[in-house]
Ligand binder design. Structure first.
Ligand SMILES: *Cc1c(COP(=O)(O)O)cnc(C)c1O
Length: 459
């Protein structure tokens, strides 16, 4: 007996000839289209054999194949809208680059660049020279080098100056940053012996002095960037640790973590110790990140005494941690913006987001509430809410910034859960990332530069 027409599976050829099949072949190639069609047809057979469903038409199969190929082709690393309220969100890639940095990176991606080539003499140049002068100018350091990130900068400084010897650190500063950056582990990886002094809550100058012996290589302070110890506490200020190190003839390394090149108080934010201040307070070397408060690409700096920086520059690990031309170009362009502090808040996205007034954010929330409610549909209530943004990435951990946003709440008790709405927002072509709080999905609009960005994501 013949199979009735409704039960007949279309052939590969028929699917390929349908408009969606032809489009799939044109966009993703003949081979990928045929392979996709074969997979789709194979998946259909068991259900058809069991008589559970009528066979789809060639066009229906092709549409499914086209959609599957589109999903497979979507990049894994995709842009998202960061409406979490955390400005420097490590899991969302931290700082957004200033336009000048994006352009500088694109220029050197498309063309050869004089990366290690001295255009004046035609001889060999040094890649860090593209940022060394700027770092010296902006921090007062004698010299500086740059590596892959601040974890690398710390590892290089320890391995280069203290391998096989001891490093003295206060017990209250043995931080874990997350993503496996734990100070004791870094010390071990660098081949140094950690000498903890003081207690979790109190460390005194005598603790540092008492720990110094013939095996001591350096004294170190680590900025407790993601926590605070409060109550009955005592810490030795950097200036005093510097004096103790100097008296013992040892270098003093200050890991600032985020660090900043500008006085944030001038922008209405809480003051965060600048690299210049840390050096002026006696640090021989300071380490800090490029993509935290500095607002540039991922990078790590070591700045300070010329002789120490030179030693680290010659270390084999420096070669293993060096930056490529793309990031160096972006970093140079970012650093240049600091020469004009008056326009920094406008040009540097990180600072623009941190300084955006709450009233402006609220006005944006009022404008976007109706279209968001229309998108969410009847089962959801959308409210304009006040909220608190965080700086993130371990900068000023307790400091929050008054902000505003939109809360999406299920309209009825026992309705769809906030988790379902968060998943729906994440599934958009440009995923919208918010936070769940008190049964609602909250979108903090501090980092949204234009209404159109959210409207486009929802459309
Ligand atoms: C963030 C941080 C680091 C690590 O810096 P990355 O640039 O993320 O590698 C190291 N030390 C401190 C104190 C930090 O805050």
């Amino acid at each position: 007996m013949d199979t009735p027409p409704a039960r007949r599976i279309p052939s590969v050829h028929e699917v390929l000839r349908s408009p969606a099949g032809a489009l799939a072949a044109a966009r993703f190639g003949h081979r990928a289209a045929v392979a996709g069609i074969r997979r789709a047809l194979a998946a259909l057979r068991p259900a058809l054999r069991a008589g559970e469903a009528p066979a789809p038409s060639a066009g229906e199969v092709a549409a499914g194949v086209l959609a599957a190929l589109e999903r497979e082709e979507a990049p894994s690393l995709r842009p998202v809208l960061n409406l979490t309220g955390v400005v420097l969100h490590t899991n969302l890639g931290r700082a957004l680059l200033p336009e000048a940095a994006v352009e500088a990176a694109m220029r050197v991606m498309r063309a050869p660049a004089a990366l290690e080539f001295d255009l004046a003499t035609g001889g060999r140049g040094e890649r860090d020279d593209h940022v060394r002068g700027l770092i010296r100018e902006l921090t007062g350091a004698e010299d500086a080098l740059v590596v892959n990130n601040n974890a690398a900068a710390v590892l290089l400084a320890l391995a280069g100056l203290a391998a096989g010897r001891e490093v003295v650190v206060s017990r209250g500063e043995l931080i874990e940053i997350g993503g496996a950056f734990r100070m004791p582990a870094i010390m071990q990886a660098a081949g140094t012996r950690l000498v903890e002094v003081g207690t979790t809550n109190r460390t005194h100058p005598a603790d540092y002095r008492g720990a110094i012996g013939p095996a001591t290589a350096l004294l170190m302070k680590v900025h407790t960037s993601n926590y605070v110890i409060r109550g009955f506490t005592a810490a030795v200020p950097p200036r005093e640790v510097a004096a103790i190190a100097r008296a013992a003839g040892l270098p003093f390394l200050d890991d600032l973590g985020s660090g900043t090149l500008a006085d944030l108080a001038a922008f209405g934010l809480r003051h965060e110790r600048t690299v210049r201040e840390a050096l002026a307070e006696g640090a021989d070397l300071v380490t800090f990140s490029g993509d935290k408060l500095l607002g540039g690409p991922q990078a790590g700096f070591v700045a300070g005494r010329r002789a120490l920086v030179a030693r680290l520059a010659r270390h084999p690990l420096k070669r293993a941690m060096r930056l490529d031309k793309i990031r160096l170009a972006a970093l140079e362009a970012t650093l240049r913006l600091y020469r004009d502090p008056d326009r920094l808040a406008e040009r540097l996205p990180t600072l623009r987001h941190l300084t955006r007034p709450a009233a402006e954010i609220r006005a944006r929330a009022e404008r976007l509430a109706p279209p968001l409610a229309a998108w969410a549909g009847g089962g959801w209530r959308v409210e304009v809410v006040a909220c608190e943004s965080m700086i993130g990435s371990g900068a000023l951990p307790l400091e929050t910034l008054p902000s505003a946003g939109l809360a999406l709440r299920p309209a009825a008790e026992g309705g769809a859960a906030a988790e379902a709405m968060a998943a729906r927002l994440r599934a958009l072509p440009v995923p919208v990332i918010g936070r769940i709080a008190e049964g609602a999905v909250r979108l903090d609009l501090r980092c949204l530069d234009e209404d159109a960005a959210l409207l486009a994501a929802l459309s």
